[in-house]
Write a protein that binds this ligand. Structure first.
Ligand code: AMP
Ligand code: GLY
Length: 418
């Protein structure tokens, strides 16, 4: 098959690497990709939101399948768009991807289907939201932009002043654009955070090993939320009791609820969970592989990824066996110095010594400029390793990580410690 992957991050590098290993994939393309993806796929200079160009390229090059990995094109209906043109695409359609694209939708969906989540209120007027905040006397509270905001649209507010500021930024200053026209204000959940990714064809669901992301920019969970600074698998808080509860009360009702509402979800669904003392609750849904969770999870996948993709498309996920290595894994993001703020790109990346064969260096935001590998984003690289335990995987990654550097580069030193 000829496959085109849409996206350009570490997640897409991990997906491309797996697809390149598939015996079912003859030619692999990635749009727009990055300098690391170039090692396993042919790069196509088309942006992820250039729907017409993606369709023309696919037609002109007889692409058999377009794998849509990132949130924005999924939420905006790239899969629908391609299908309407007779092009085979992998990922949820817009009607299903809305569980990520609108937090207001996903919260109301969970309410309709009795799926446990934080209590919340929704506002599209700054004045009403402010009035509500002035009545709250229990902090912290969580304020979320309704729409997509590159993983940065959630603010945990410790005081009333923080909350009013956050509202002001989202609703009046529009720091997240239209994504912040509507906000969700919800209770703060205490517990252990867990990510569960699952393959689903809309009826059958196969959860992948659990993982845990580290969203905050700095060690000790300090600083602003980022897209994710590192991840490990399996998640420590995900006991077998929590897993059972999650499948029964969250995963199965979500897939069934979407199906019943005519929003059949085909692809990879992401459950962001909090294991609290009152049970497991949903923090968020995503309609895709997580980043950087994918860089920790996919190296463990034993089954041919393309075989799974095809089974999902045919609605035959119940007919195949999906296997993962029974191991731990861990990955650490190497970011630009000022990420998640505004970053300067174009710094040459130095790999000062040969990396051990025990690690995989995924590229998240890199490019080749005048023949030189340079940084090209906030999250630039991701170093991943698997081992028998999380501690061992951690040791391997941190032993190697200082071999990879660029001006101002930085990483968290405590991934997998807590
Ligand atoms: P989200 O983009 O919705 O995943 O939120 C980003 C991060 O904010 C999550 O990964 C959590 O660490 C945190 N968060 C979001 N909602 C809540 C909540 N209700 N209670 C506690 N933490 C939350
Ligand atoms: N790692 C969080 C996300 O992919 O949204």
């Amino acid at each position: 098959m000829k496959v085109l992957v849409i996206g350009s991050g570490g997640r897409e590098h991990a997906i491309c690497k797996k697809l390149a290993e598939s015996k079912l994939v003859k030619e692999l393309y990635c749009a727009p990709g990055n300098a690391g993806i170039k090692e396993c796929a042919i790069l196509v200079p088309i942006g992820v939101m250039e729907f017409e160009k993606i369709a023309s390229f696919s037609k002109d090059n007889d692409i058999n399948l377009v794998f849509v990995a990132p949130d924005n094109p999924l939420a905006d209906g790239l899969v629908n768009f391609l299908e309407e043109k007779g092009i085979n695409a992998f990922g949820p359609r817009k009607e299903a991807a809305i569980i990520e694209g609108s937090k207001a939708f996903s919260k109301a969906f969970m309410k309709r289907h009795n799926i446990p989540t934080a209590l919340y209120e929704e506002f599209d007027s700054y004045e009403n939201a402010k009035k509500y905040i002035l009545k709250i006397n229990k902090y912290p509270i969580v304020i979320k932009a309704d729409g997509l905001a590159y993983g940065k649209g959630v603010i945990i507010c410790e005081t009333e002043k923080d909350a009013i500021n956050a509202l002001q930024e989202m609703m009046n200053s529009k720091v997240f654009g239209d994504a912040g026209s509507k906000v969700i204000i919800e209770e703060f959940l205490e517990g252990k955070e867990v990510t569960v990714l699952a393959f689903t064809d809309g009826k059958t669901v196969i959860p992948m090993p659990s993982s845990q992301d580290h969203k905050k920019a700095f060690d000790g969970d300090k600083g602003l939320n980022t897209g994710g600074m590192g991840a490990f698998s399996p998640a420590t808080g995900y006991t077998s009791a929590a897993e059972k509860e999650t499948i029964e009360r969250i995963i199965n009702p979500t897939i069934k609820g979407l199906f019943e509402e005519g929003r059949m979800f085909k692809g990879v669904i992401y459950f962001g969970l909090m294991v609290t003392k009152d049970g497991v609750k949903v923090i968020e849904y995503n309609a895709r592989f997580g980043d950087p969770e994918t860089e920790a999870i996919l190296p463990l996948l034993k089954t041919d990824l393309m075989e799974i993709v095809l089974a999902i498309q045919k609605g035959e996920l119940d007919k195949i066996k999906v296997e993962f290595e029974d191991k731990a894994s861990l990955c650490v993001i190497i970011a630009s110095g000022t990420y998640p703020g505004k970053v300067v790109t174009g710094y040459p990346i130095n790999i000062t010594a040969k990396l051990s064969d025990d690690v995989i260096l995924y590229h998240c935001g890199t490019a080749i400029k005048d023949g030189v590998l340079v940084s090209n984003g906030g999250r630039v690289l991701c170093l991943s390793a698997k081992a028998d335990t999380i501690e061992e995987a951690r040791e391997i990654v941190y032993k190697e990580i200082d071999k990879v550097k660029f001006e101002g580069s930085r990483y968290r030193t405590d991934i997998g410690v807590k």
